[in-house]
Design a protein around this ligand. Structure first.
Ligand SMILES: [Zn+2]
Length: 336
């Protein structure tokens, strides 16, 4: 039993080693001859291969590399090794492997046939390692990861044989699970997800609009009891929870319209912080400035300053817990 496991492990390691040579050739074909190996790690369950390339390998390039490597695997040609003088090997186009030292006589490894039908070998490299007998022994090749190692160096992580089949099975199970959850088929999954995202965006817009309407007292109808009389000036002041600061301006504008003449102050509290917007109708800007009023409100919530014009100004403050005090401070300021 132990022996069987060891043989299995050794065969998987061999397949993962042999496929580095084919992958190297495929990378150079697809990405360009600037690709050179910068290192590799071969284990029984996976292989990783580092190489020079200025940018990330695109998904289509990954697919093309996989297509070519698997085409060479299916040729099921014998892996050939020949001993020859180093200079002859290099002259014959053999690629020397990164970080290896070579004797005068070297082992030249040849795998597969060129996919253009020229009869040239697919991969010719110097290598003293242990290899599969026929490339078909690799069975299946799949790239499962692509990442950066350092500037100008990329890494692909790959699996072969049974590990590749298991990986594909897992991927297919994941898409089935996702499809089941969305009550659709794996084929329709992308369309379904897109539709759901669009639906969510629409609902978010509707929710924001509903919150705005709610903040205005509902239905967009003016409510008499919303409007206070501060020394003869109409005033709507309200603290709002869960309203985005960017929506305040629109709320103030709507409140100004509702009142016809007056001052509107809205404070939204998000994550404990206050955002203020104050509006003054045009007929009152000679007496009351939104910039001055928002400054009074901002001070109450621990902020300062604020900006805008006499008819509309905005500010913020860190102390959202004092928002109601800010509303009253603005009211007091109008009264004085
Ligand atoms: Zn090798």
């Amino acid at each position: 039993m132990r022996l069987t496991i060891d043989i299995e492990r050794r065969n998987r390691t061999r397949a993962n080693h042999s496929v580095t040579h084919i992958a190297h050739a495929a990378l150079r074909e697809v990405l360009g001859t600037h690709v050179t190996q910068k290192g590799s790690l071969v284990a029984p369950d996976r292989m990783r291969f580092d190489f020079t390339n200025p940018k990330a390998v695109a998904a289509e390039e990954i697919a093309e590399i996989e297509r070519r490597v698997n085409a060479v695997i299916r040729q099921n040609g014998e892996v050939e090794t020949r001993i020859m003088p180093y200079d002859d090997a290099v002259a014959a186009g053999a690629m020397a492997l990164f970080g290896e030292k070579y004797d005068d006589d070297v082992r030249v490894l040849t795998m597969g046939a060129a996919l253009d039908g020229s009869g040239a070998p697919y991969s010719v490299e110097l290598c003293g390692g242990t290899h599969v007998r026929r490339v078909g022994d690799i069975a299946l090749f799949k790239i499962v990861g692509e990442s950066a190692v350092s500037a100008g160096v990329r890494r692909i992580e790959c699996v072969t044989g049974e590990a590749a089949r298991e990986y594909l099975e897992h991927q297919s199970a994941l898409s089935r699970l996702a499809a089941d959850a969305l009550k659709t088929t794996p084929e329709d999954l992308p369309t379904r997800v897109e539709a759901l995202l669009a639906e969510r965006k629409k609902m978010e817009r509707e929710l924001a609009e509903a919150k705005k309407q709610l903040a205005l007292g509902g239905g967009g109808e003016a409510k008499e009891d919303d409007i206070r009389d501060i020394a003869g000036v109409n005033y709507i002041g309200r603290v709002l929870e869960g309203v985005a600061p960017k929506d305040l301006r629109g709320l103030v504008d709507a409140a100004k319209k509702k009142m016809g003449a007056g001052v509107a102050a809205f404070i939204s509290v998000n994550d404990g912080k206050a955002a203020l917007a104050v509006g003054v109708t045009d007929d009152l800007t000679a007496r009351l400035s939104a910039v001055e009023l928002v400054k009074v409100g901002a001070e109450a919530v621990g902020g300062k300053g604020g900006g805008g014009r006499a008819d509309m100004a905005q500010a913020g403050g860190p102390d959202g817990g004092k928002a109601q005090e800010a509303i009253e401070a603005i009211a007091a300021s109008i009264a004085s």
